[in-house]
Write a protein that binds this ligand. Structure first.
Ligand code: SAM
Length: 268
């Protein structure tokens, strides 16, 4: 099919078959897997996955591409959802199986962060995720405390997933070629993630990294005094990137209730 790539949908199609086979190897699909591909595009990965699977669900936002995929592949093997992955309810697929879902995709880079956060809400039902993303984003996801890349994305995702960068993919593997390197990441939901109020973790992490060059005594001053940080075993003179994921979780658990802008009570 002749298709002019749409920039607004982040369309960079994989054309390098060696890279495609390396991705399929990393995913290691099995016949009975319950698998969901996000952003199948023209079907480069889809066609390599399908022979290994009983069936495959895909979500594609672009109407033309969704229609093309429906024509190209047998409807009992490929279930095409013409939908936005950002608000897709992952629990609606494979409802007849009790197997956990495997999610894969060469993701549209313009929505990668919100998509990762949306998918995190289904982590309990997910076996693993294999994604192609911008290399710089993958580096932030897997970054260790103390490194420059360690930040909000690292803490929020490492709390919920074990993650590994598998390999780097150069721009020449795509058509059109993106400006930056890409990378494949494997994400496996942790069996027993530490229990923590997610909104509190999000608040602490956002505040802590709002000014990376400041030390946490200053950054976290709206929430904790210096004495409180010390009591929690946190060195107030450290920069936010020096704190571990566990320390952020500890802070989130102790986050004092924040004043709300509740104006539902009549004023005296
Ligand atoms: N998987 C194909 C490949 O590797 O050649 C295409 C990958 S391309 C980087 C991203 C794909 O995601 C495009 O087909 C695009 O139309 C689709 N897409 C973009 N935004 C989407 C969204 N919100 N929900 C579902 N699919 C989306």
């Amino acid at each position: 099919m002749k298709h002019i790539p749409r920039k607004r949908f982040g369309q960079n199609f994989l054309k390098d078959s060696a890279v495609l086979y390396a991705i399929i190897d990393a995913i290691a699909p099995r016949e009975t897997d319950c698998m969901l591909e996000i952003g199948p595009g023209l079907g480069a990965m889809t066609e390599k996955l399908l022979p290994h699977l009983e069936r495959l669900d895909v979500i594609e936002l672009d109407r033309d591409l969704a229609a093309y995929l429906k024509k190209r592949f047998p409807p009992d093997k490929l279930i095409v959802h013409q939908a936005d992955a950002l608000d897709f309810d992952v629990n609606t697929i494979c409802t007849q199986h009790d197997r956990k879902i495997r999610i894969v995709g060469n993701l549209p880079y313009n929505i990668s962060t919100p998509l990762l956060f949306h998918l995190m809400t289904f982590a309990d039902q997910v076996a693993d995720q294999h994604f192609m993303l911008q290399r710089e984003v993958v580096e932030r996801m897997v970054a260790e405390p103390g490194s420059k890349a360690f930040g909000r994305l690292s803490v929020m995702l490492q709390w919920r997933y074990d993650m590994e960068m598998l390999f780097i993919v150069p721009p020449t593997a795509f058509d059109p070629a993106p400006k930056v390197d890409s990378a494949i990441v494997r994400m496996i939901p942790r069996e027993n993630p530490e229990s923590v109020p997610l909104d509190a973790l999000e608040k602490i992490v956002t505040q802590a990294f709002s000014q990376r060059r400041k030390i946490v005594r200053n950054n976290l001053a709206p929430f904790f005094t210096e004495a409180e940080l010390i009591e929690l075993g946190i060195d107030p003179a450290k920069r936010p990137e020096a704190l571990s994921v566990e320390q952020f979780i500890l802070l989130a658990r102790h986050l004092p209730p924040l004043p709300t802008d509740d104006v539902s009570q009549p004023l005296p």
